[in-house]
Design a protein around this ligand. Structure first.
Ligand code: URA
Ligand code: SF4
Length: 219
């Protein structure tokens, strides 16, 4: 008998109600990441949003607050969205993975973010699919390689395709939806990069968000 691949599907209720989905995600045991995190961090925003922004996973502050993109990366994202003319109030913001993955270097030290594995990203994808199906956005913005690979496939090269207008692959994702897709860097990469390049990196992120803003105008 084939062994069952672990994943979130057994925990995702059959509903388009985002608050019911968010509550249910707290009980998810689709991978090991629930065990050390404070809580799941579900997406936030209106079900009527036309744009969905997808990051990687909650960070330290998001894990404590229970809301996506409220820490340093979120502040940078807010700045880029404003510069691109996108109102954060009009978008739905979420992450590819709902629980914070981290290492504890030493007692009392700050928790260090760890990139989720492909297995964890795939395990968590049913939540993302449920969000996409509930919000049905016209435009999806993939922030960073983890989000991009979660939806575009593991071979997707962000550096080759950032800022392009893409479609979701028809294979693999069982989704009756055809949004325009724009992939760009993760806001944290702007913060992590060399300070002398920060301005330029922020401008490049903003330019990619402007592509999404134009698509919003078209739909
Ligand atoms: N980074 C992410 O990808 N998502 C968050 O919510 C915060 C930081
Ligand atoms: Fe479930 Fe995703 Fe959390 Fe893993 S990270 S336990 S799949 S919600």
């Amino acid at each position: 008998m084939p062994t069952k691949v672990p994943g979130a599907e057994d925990f995702v209720p059959d509903t388009h109600d985002l608050s019911v989905l968010a509550d249910a995600s707290q009980a998810c045991r689709g991978c090991e990441l629930y065990a050390d995190a404070t809580q799941s961090v579900f997406g936030q925003g209106s079900a009527a949003a036309t744009v969905m922004l997808i990051g990687e996973q909650p960070g330290d502050q998001e894990d404590k607050a229970g809301a996506p993109f409220v820490g340093p990366a979120g502040r940078l994202l807010d700045k880029a969205l404003e510069a691109a003319g996108i109102d954060r109030g009009s978008v739905y913001v979420t992450n590819a993975v709902k629980h914070f993955k981290f290492t504890l270097p030493e007692r009392g030290k700050r928790r260090i973010h760890k990139t989720p594995s492909r297995t964890e990203v795939v395990a968590c994808r049913p939540w993302l699919m449920a969000e996409l199906d509930a919000v049905r956005p016209d435009v999806v913005v993939l922030l960073g390689a983890t989000a991009a690979k979660a939806l575009m496939g593991n071979d997707f090269r962000l550096t080759a395709h950032r800022g392009e207008v893409l479609s979701l692959p028809t294979t693999d994702l069982d989704l009756d939806l055809d949004p325009r897709v724009v992939a760009t860097v993760h806001p944290s990469s702007v913060l992590r990069g060399p300070p002398e390049n920060r301005e330029q990196a922020l401008e490049a992120l903003t330019d990619d968000l402007r592509v999404a803003a134009r698509l919003m105008g078209d739909s």
